[in-house]
Design a protein around this ligand. Structure first.
Ligand SMILES: [Zn+2]
Ligand SMILES: [Zn+2]
Length: 335
């Protein structure tokens, strides 16, 4: 069968219709009829070849919700017709130290859903079934698609880097990742502060669950935030005043970076880390067990992305909106 989608043919260019013949399904593979696919900032980086990984033409898209249409001959845990989700990762070796530890997202042979293969801006996608997740019935498809990548990207560090119900958490950048980080951190019971350069994000941040708001371009507000946070999640794909955020951490606090701009970022005086044993770290998506847990947590707390749904045919206009940071808060393509 031929799969039709929207592909990028040359770095940075607009997407155009594209079709391909998928390879035969491997024993553990499934084919999914895509219903919704979110547009993640990583898709933009891949379209632009910012990481020098992209091979053209390719169909982007890795926040996929759809229904299973075909099964490899060893697949037993999902059924034809079942609704499943797929995020950034759609395969790994399942044998190395990291896979055995349950940290598949750190596997050196991790397979990304739309790197050197075709992703979800299409009518179908084929993936390893062991990286497809059953979606709890209560969750709505369009708002759940973005949590398969954007959601786990913020949920995993909140979950595994010591955030507690009594923690004071800062979320920097209130966009696709940041708005989900506020929702999850709030549901964890933490006291949440939104940092944004836009004053108009204050009311929206509070509606999403933030308890406080700091206008990050106001040096007075940043100075007043000194020694206030146990954990700060930095979501923007741009350089920031990292010293100011380290200063905003309490002793033993952690600043976790999620954005992946192509240029080098950090120019930090080491003394800012040493004196109060502060940590700066990064995080990348999450392992399968954490994704399953996140979906259960999202179902229990009714958490999904705040989305704007547009037809796949309008993918270029949707991408323009993401590039202009005008999405409120995640663009999702309906196939
Ligand atoms: Zn992504
Ligand atoms: Zn591995």
């Amino acid at each position: 069968m031929t799969i039709r989608g929207q592909a990028v043919y040359t770095a940075g260019q607009r997407l155009r219709p594209f079709s391909y013949e998928p390879a035969d399904l491997g024993p553990f593979d499934i084919e999914i009829h895509v219903r919704y696919c979110g547009i993640c900032h990583s898709d933009i980086h891949l379209i632009d070849n910012d990481w020098n990984w992209s091979a053209y033409p390719f169909i982007p898209g890795h926040e996929i919700i759809g229904n299973v249409t075909r099964l490899g001959n060893m697949v037993t845990h999902v059924k034809v017709g079942q609704r499943v989700g797929v995020g950034w990762q759609c395969g790994s070796c399942l044998q190395c130290e990291w896979c055995i530890r349950g940290e598949e997202n750190l596997c050196a042979h991790s397979v990304a859903t739309c790197v050197s293969r075709n992703g979800g801006f299409a009518e179908a996608v084929c993936v390893d079934s062991r990286f497809a997740f059953a979606i709890p019935d209560i969750l709505e498809s369009a708002s759940t698609a973005p949590i398969l990548c954007g959601g786990i990207t913020v949920y995993s560090p909140l979950r595994h880097l010591g955030v507690k119900p009594w923690s004071k958490v800062g979320v920097v950048g209130i966009g696709g990742l940041g708005h989900l980080a506020i929702k999850f951190a709030d549901a964890f019971g933490a006291e949440v502060t939104a940092f944004s350069t836009s004053p108009d994000k204050e009311e929206e941040s509070r509606r999403l669950g933030a308890d406080h708001f700091i206008l990050s371009k106001d040096p007075d507000q940043m100075a007043k935030a000194a020694s206030s946070f146990d954990f700060i999640l930095a979501t923007p794909h741009t350089d920031l005043d990292w010293a100011a955020y380290l200063n905003a951490l309490r002793p033993m606090g952690t600043l976790c970076l999620l954005g992946a701009p192509p240029a080098a970022l950090l120019n930090i005086p080491p003394i800012l880390l040493l004196l109060q044993k502060k940590t700066i770290c990064g995080s990348i998506i999450g392992n399968r067990s954490t994704i399953r847990e996140m979906l259960e947590f999202a179902a229990r707390h009714r958490i999904g992305a705040t989305v704007e749904v547009v037809p796949l045919a309008e993918v270029n206009a949707a991408i323009d909106k993401v590039r202009a940071n005008k999405a409120r808060y995640r663009m999702v393509l309906e196939v």
